[in-house]
Design a protein around this ligand. Structure first.
Ligand code: NAG
Ligand code: NAG
Ligand code: NAG
Ligand code: NAG
Ligand code: NAG
Length: 858
């Protein structure tokens, strides 16, 4: 039977009531972790407040609650009305508790004794009597809610026609599952025991059942949060950005009957190693830059052709397979090493829980026991993961010898420097019989020392046949080349051409793809096979000189060079743009973004933009930049729009290869790029400011769990960031620009039915709300004079409420890596608030106006 909304609402109320009662109890100790440092009183109180906020938001988002604010709602049953009443009461009680917690937090000082309980902390702001009083009221709510829920379930059971409780429609909310399961069990008990709401004993029995529901909810929330903390969007992006292996390549990896020609021996060594039980558990894949290590690693991940060998090793034990692809992110080693463990844990746990094993999610509570205890104790345990923390969880996970783990870890050299902690981790993990790791890196001395005595393979020595497969494919299918070759009667010339390219590549696959692209683009009507061959001979045979050669050839056309250089600069400045945004940034009409209409692009407009951009990347940028499908972005994945056409913003741009990025960012090349684009006069922030505004204006709503959502935040935040950066340069506040941003991001979207991804808990009404919260001081100062009084008042309320709700550091999630926004948010200026208060007043004569200099603006 479908769960009724009363179950969800009761659950939300009881979760918060139970939590609050525990915090108020004398005997409920704050849990301190067994590993690592004790948590500060300050943090404990912050976590308590956060958890209370979260739980009280859950009440607001309940279907029944939402329904209740609808003036045309159907008449509800008495039980439902009761529940609604108690939910309001709970919210009021919670609000006073939150205020007290935050007050205690503000008063706390480093000379305080250590608080053993939440109650101790509250005693610094409340009298005993107040605490006992609140606790009593909350306990009473709990009892009443239990009774109301029992009545609701009984009514549903009796199927009396007018229960007045609508049943859930198909909502894909995951909570529904355990509500449903619980409800069925609860109704069973009510039915078999004939529990009656008037009978005290019965209510007590029922109440125990309800406790079980709350436990499940807490576990589910914890599990969800831990997954969310482990996951990060770019981890999938990196894997996606690696090209898929070209058809027909890497076949040799999977050929099992060992053939004893030179290279083949090495290859079958891999399958042998995989199936082997002798305890030699680490395999090293190395080779020159561009030889295809990452492509091979990606090709092997969950490749069913490896399964027979894997099973030969794992036998009957379940096998867990996870992969991680390092990339050079410029962040420090600690962070990227933690990234490795986050991914391996995330993927393995997903595999265990949601894969065929269907393991109990309780495993997460076991791996992160301290966090779980902190969570149940005071809502804590949700802090970011650090390397030692993750390492403990990881070691614990692989200590389970009933499972076999096979990890693929690509690109250790991407970490920059020698990642001692990571190498150490791999070596120690592979000492276990139930863990195999295949890792890859360039053949640098550190790795050489660590891995050379282990099974390994040197990729460029293996690749010449694969390069031949690829080049031959291009020569036989690329229109221009097919045509040129067709004039030639002697097939051996064609084969020589192919062989020349293969030989020159020395097994560096990337060399071969860049060269063939270059040949194809340079080929003209007047070419024949012989002249093509001459072109091949002219190519330098190493990767770096080849890049120089191609770049110099690009330089022979001023316009092409200018265009390519502009794109390199835009990509470098942004770091990680999407294709559509890059096309906006690259738009030659400088007023386009300000004058653009507020609507999604039409399919034809969109297709044209994307196609034009792809062609520029190919022809002018010589495929130095590549496009790939990234994950859905910083926010939760959009469940329905999965294809890239539905969500063009997922098409991301990056350098095609690390060697290419290093080349473009090398000094002499950068200098040429600068010159070609007018040196310092080129202000990438201005381009990106315009592009972000344009992107914001053409945003399309997304479909999430049957609701329309406008994911405005990313673009909106970037617009503000760029406005601040521009202001930083010339001290002029970008008022015209920000007005348009506000209109596109908040103002005009405000009345649509779609929800926006803005801080929850306090309604955003005007852009001024956001501007004040993030402290766009210059802008607010200028707008205060002309803004409507009610908007100023609302903005001040909003700022207070949101800052309180997010707590110290809570805005990080919103601000992210935007450095100007970060700097602005941290400063607070009392004068600005005096000024706002002045403008928010109805009568201003008696109040002196706060003095603030008016900034310049454009
Ligand atoms: C919390 O209690 C500990 C233990 O006495 C004390 O050292 C610490 O300074 C207190 N912290 C805060 C932020 O009040
Ligand atoms: C950005 O837009 C402004 C306002 O329309 C315009 O003046 C400026 O030239 C644009 N900048 C670029 C780099 O396109
Ligand atoms: C934008 O600029 C173009 C040419 O510079 C001009 O023709 C057009 O009218 C301008 N549009 C707006 C809305 O200002
Ligand atoms: C883009 O590619 C370069 C070179 O491969 C890599 O170092 C960088 O981390 C990539 N960026 C992202 C966000 O994937
Ligand atoms: C906002 O930031 C500015 C610096 O950009 C600082 O001077 C000011 O005090 C801050 N104001 C508020 C209200 O936070």
């Amino acid at each position: 039977m479908k769960p009724i909304p009363a179950v969800g609402l009761s659950s939300s109320i009881i979760q918060i009531v139970d939590f609050a009662v525990r915090i108020l109890s004398k005997d409920h100790k704050i849990y301190q972790p067994t590993d690592g440092e004790a948590v500060e009183n300050h943090t404990v109180l912050q976590d308590i407040a956060k958890n209370l906020f979260r739980l009280s938001l859950n009440i607001d988002q309940n279907d029944l609650k939402r329904l209740s604010s609808d003036p045309k709602r159907p008449k509800l049953s008495e039980a439902a009305e009761h529940l609604l009443k108690f939910s309001d009461e709970t919210k009021i009680l919670t609000a006073t508790l939150i205020d007290a917690v935050l007050q205690a937090q503000a008063r706390g000082s480093f000379s305080d004794p250590k608080w053993q309980t939440g109650r101790d902390a509250l005693l610094t702001v409340w009298k005993k009597k107040e605490i006992t009083g609140l606790k009593k009221k909350l306990k009473n709510v709990r009892k009443e809610v239990d009774i109301a829920l029992m009545i609701a379930l009984r009514a549903y059971l009796d199927q009396s026609a007018e229960t007045g409780l609508p049943v859930f429609s198909a909502d894909d909310n995951s909570q529904i599952h355990h509500w449903e399961k619980w409800q069925n069990e609860a109704m069973d008990s009510i039915h078999t025991n004939d529990w009656k709401p008037k009978n005290k004993k019965h209510v007590e029995e029922f109440s125990k059942k309800v406790d079980a529901l709350i436990t499940v909810e807490n576990e589910a929330h914890f599990c969800h949060e831990v997954f969310a903390k482990l996951h990060f969007a770019v981890m999938d992006d990196r894997a996606n950005s690696i090209p898929v292996a070209h058809e027909g390549t890497f076949e040799w990896m999977f050929e099992s009957p060992p053939s004893y020609e030179s290279g083949q021996q090495q290859a079958s060594a891999f399958l042998d190693w995989l199936g082997d039980k002798s305890g030699q558990n680490l395999f090293w894949i190395t080779g020159k830059p561009g030889s295809g290590k990452s492509v091979l690693m990606k090709h092997m991940f969950r490749n069913s052709r490896l399964f027979p060998s894997l099973e030969a090793w794992s036998g009957a034990s379940p096998g867990i397979n996870a992969a991680f692809f390092f990339w050079n992110s410029g962040i420090d080693l600690q962070v990227s090493s933690a990234g490795l463990l986050r991914s391996l844990l995330y993927e393995s746990l997903q595999d265990m829980i949601y894969g065929p094993l269907e393991q109990d999610p309780g495993i997460i509570q076991w791996l992160f026991a301290d966090r779980w205890n902190q969570f149940t104790s005071y809502g804590g345990g949700m802090h970011d993961f650090a390397f030692p923390d993750l390492r403990r969880g990881f070691e614990l996970m692989i200590s389970d010898v009933t499972k076999k783990f096979f990890f693929l870890i690509d690109g250790l050299d991407e970490l920059g420097g020698y990642p001692e902690a990571v190498v150490d981790l791999l070596l120690s993990a592979t000492k276990r019989d139930n863990v195999k790791i295949c890792t890859s890196s360039r053949p640098m001395p550190g790795f050489q020392n660590a891995f050379e005595k282990r099974p390994s393979l040197m990729l460029d020595l293996m690749m010449s046949e694969d390069v031949r497969t690829y080049v031959s494919h291009v020569v036989h299918t690329q229109e221009q080349l097919v045509k040129i070759c067709s004039y030639e009667t002697d097939d051996s010339l064609k084969h020589n051409l192919i062989s020349d390219i293969v030989e020159k590549s020395s097994g560096v696959f990337l060399w071969a793809t860049l060269s063939t692209d270059f040949l194809v683009q340079g080929a003209s009507e007047s070419d024949d096979v012989v002249s093509l061959q001459a072109s091949v001979w002219a190519l330098p045979s190493d990767l770096d000189p080849l890049l120089t050669y191609i770049f110099e050839d690009l330089g022979t056309d001023k316009v092409d060079l200018q265009q390519a250089s502009q794109l390199f600069r835009l990509v470098d400045a942004h770091g990680y743009p999407d294709l559509l945004a890059l096309s906006f940034a690259n738009d030659p009409h400088t007023n386009s973004s300000i004058s653009a209409e507020l609507r999604p692009l039409r399919p034809t407009e969109l297709t044209k933009r994307l196609e034009d951009m792809l062609s520029i990347l190919k022809v002018q940028c010589k495929n130095f930049l590549t496009v790939f499908e990234g994950s859905a972005g910083a926010n939760e994945p959009d469940e329905e729009a999965v294809s890239s056409v539905a969500d063009p913003r997922r098409l991301k741009i990056n350098y095609s290869h690390r060697s290419i990025k290093d080349f473009v960012q090398s000094r002499p090349v950068l200098e040429k790029i600068r010159q070609a684009t007018g040196g310092d006069a080129f202000n990438s922030d201005e381009y990106w400011a315009n592009a972000s505004l344009w992107a914001l204006k053409t945003l399309r709503p997304q479909q999430k769990a049957q609701k329309q959502v406008f994911p405005v935040w990313e673009d909106l935040a970037w617009c503000m960031e760029y406005a601040l950066r521009l202001e930083e340069k010339d001290n002029k506040v970008r008022v015209t620009y920000l007005d348009e941003v506000g209109r596109a991001g908040i103002g005009e979207r405000h009345d649509t039915i779609a929800a926006m991804d803005l801080p929850r808990g306090y309604a955003t009404e005007t852009f001024l709300d956001i501007a004040l919260w993030l402290n766009l001081t210059g802008y607010v100062r200028i707008k205060a004079k002309t803004a409507e009084r009610k908007d100023i008042k609302h903005a001040m309320e909003y700022n207070r409420a949101v800052r309180k709700m997010l707590g110290t550091g809570g805005e990080d999630r919103w601000i992210g890596e935007r450095r100007r926004l970060k700097a602005a948010h941290m400063n607070t200026s009392p004068e600005l608030f005096l000024l706002l208060e002045y403008y928010a007043k109805l009568v201003r004569f008696a109040t002196p106006k706060a003095h603030m200099e008016m900034p310049e603006y454009v």
